[in-house]
Design a protein around this ligand. Sequence first.
Ligand SMILES: Nc1ncnc2c1ncn2[C@@H]1O[C@H](COP(=O)(O)OP(=O)(O)O)[C@@H](O)[C@H]1O
Ligand SMILES: [Mg+2]
Length: 165
Amino acid sequence: MSYLELTSHSPEQTKKFGVRIGELALPGDILLLVGGLGTGKTCLTQGIAWGLGIKEYTMSPSFVIVRELYGRLPLYHIDLYRLDHLEEIVELGLDDYLYGNGICVVEWADNGLSLLPSEHLLIQISYLADTERSFQLKPSSKRYLEIATQLKNFIPEQVQELDNH
Ligand SMILES: Nc1ncnc2c1ncn2[C@@H]1O[C@H](COP(=O)(O)OP(=O)(O)O)[C@@H](O)[C@H]1O
Ligand SMILES: [Mg+2]
């Protein structure tokens, strides 16, 4: 069941929401993003990266499986869009990322749920209208309930302006 649902009215709002998540993140956190093409998974990840103090531009790592970015904590940006990657992933193993000291953000997580930790924060993104998206947060353990609870107080205007990025 969904614990919290937020509506974003613009890409900027989605990024600010991500920034807040990045600020709250702790080593080992697993964030699973589920939602169709163009719903805003990479946009949210960009915000998370900024919230971790990462200045690099985040693009969808569709041609690699994992991109490593370094800020306050490492961000492992994983993309499971291409199903043929899954075999590769099983061979290589993602455990160093998933059970390391960084933050894992997984796009298209629904393509590989059986390979991913059962303790995670699932963020289901749905397209509502041209610039509107809904974010349903589904925490699977106490740690993720804690993040979701902190995000309840999220008000975009209170988050530092990102215009200089
Ligand atoms: N509220 C919103 N939140 C996120 N993206 C939005 C929003 N409204 C419109 N968009 C647009 O939707 C697209 C999302 O792209 P992207 O983040 O790459 O999606 P995904 O990674 O899920 O395929 C971008 O072009 C973005 O500008
Ligand atoms: Mg993407």
